[in-house]
Ligand binder design. Structure first.
Ligand code: GAL
Length: 353
């Protein structure tokens, strides 16, 4: 009897622990950009699972493969279907102004997920990683790995950024340049392709093949190769770009004994495998579980009429004013720490890498 009671009490406690923040259940819309990149699949499924654990009813939609009209349509339907909060990872941060007028009219709070939604006063909150820090981690990795402070001869670098319609790209770029610009100015870092602006280095939809093609073109125009013009580093803003760059360099004859420093972001499985093999130098780990968890907390607080936890009220102005934000911490991942970051934490199983 006693045993039965304590088992019941434990179960009740577990239920209260799960339900502490979610007294109310609500209909929640979640709009994700694409299933063609691993991270968005994880973001979507983590969020759905956690929101359901909080008792909510979740309408999770992926917008084909980064199809903007599809995303607009799906959001329109979420508004019409009476969702009480809508969470959106925008494809094009500036393409949702019109559709979100409907959310504003119906007083439906919108949370911008990972990427800020621009020019809309319907956006109530923003949850993301510290995007400037992502760029700084990539830039600093290059400075340290090339020992730039002690180098006397100039070395060559190329840049691969994301699409110009992703607002995060501006912050990744700003963060990286806050570290690298002095070396570019002093001539320690040279960019032989001459492509030095984030627009010139952009990769449509963060597409791997686009990055690969651009790297192939740069290789042939500059003449990079293990026995030819030396390439010291490629700053790739995410893993898909890094992967495209790596493929192009492997095809030119580079291997894990002479591969340039290549950065990335997201710790996608193929990138982590490349890090282990010595093809890619680092990635930036953004634990999608943490971001999803934070957004679920925001949703629960909104639904329950409680104060929403934010930790940044100055950085992210979307053109209608500063959006109260919660920034999660990104961490540099390398061959040395990937096991503790990714395997021991349960993010991946050892055999997936
Ligand atoms: C960015 C995001 C990155 C990366 C990229 C590709 O907006 O912050 O982590 O995943 O999109 O989808």
């Amino acid at each position: 009897m006693k045993l039965k009671f304590s088992a019941l009490a434990a179960a009740a406690l577990a239920v209260t622990m799960f339900a502490t923040t979610a007294a109310e259940a609500a209909k929640i819309g979640v709009s994700m950009p694409t299933q063609s990149l691993q991270r968005w699949n994880q973001d979507g499924s983590n969020m759905k699972a956690m929101l359901e654990q909080s008792g909510h009813d979740v309408d999770l939609q992926y917008a084909g493969d980064n199809d903007i009209p599809t995303q607009v349509n799906q959001i329109e339907n979420m508004i019409a279907a009476g969702n009480e909060v809508i969470v959106i990872a925008a494809i094009d941060g500036s393409a949702l102004t019109e559709v979100l007028k409907g959310a504003k009219e119906k007083n439906i709070p919108v949370i911008a997920y990972d990427r800020l939604i621009m020019n809309s006063d319907a956006v109530s909150y923003y949850a993301t990683f510290d995007n400037t820090k992502v760029g700084r981690l990539q830039g600093q990795y290059i400075v340290d790995a090339l020992d730039l402070d002690n180098k006397t001869e100039p070395v060559n670098i190329e840049f691969f950024t994301g699409p110009t319609d992703d607002n995060n790209v501006n912050f990744f770029w700003g963060g990286a340049m806050s570290v690298l610009q002095p070396y570019l100015d002093s001539g320690k870092l040279k960019v032989p392709s001459g492509q030095t602006t984030k627009e010139q280095c952009a990769t449509l939809n963060w597409n791997l093949e686009e990055a690969q093609k651009r790297m192939e073109n740069i290789i042939s125009s500059v003449g990079y190769g293990p026995e030819d013009t030396p390439l010291a580093a490629v700053l790739a803003q995410n893993d898909a770009c890094a992967n495209g760059v790596t493929n192009a360099l492997l095809a030119t004859g580079y291997d894990n004994t002479n591969m340039p420093i290549i950065t990335g972001q997201d710790c996608d499985k193929p990138a982590v495998k490349n890090i282990v093999r010595g093809y890619q130098s680092m990635s930036v780990f953004k634990d999608t579980r943490t971001l999803a968890q934070q957004v679920v907390k925001m949703v629960d607080a909104i639904v329950n009429g409680q104060e929403v936890e934010v930790n940044d009220t100055t950085t992210y102005n979307n053109g209608t004013g500063v959006i109260p934000s919660y920034l999660c911490e990104p961490v540099a991942a390398t061959k040395d720490n990937y096991k503790s970051l990714l395997i021991d934490s349960g993010y991946y199983k050892a055999d997936e890498i």
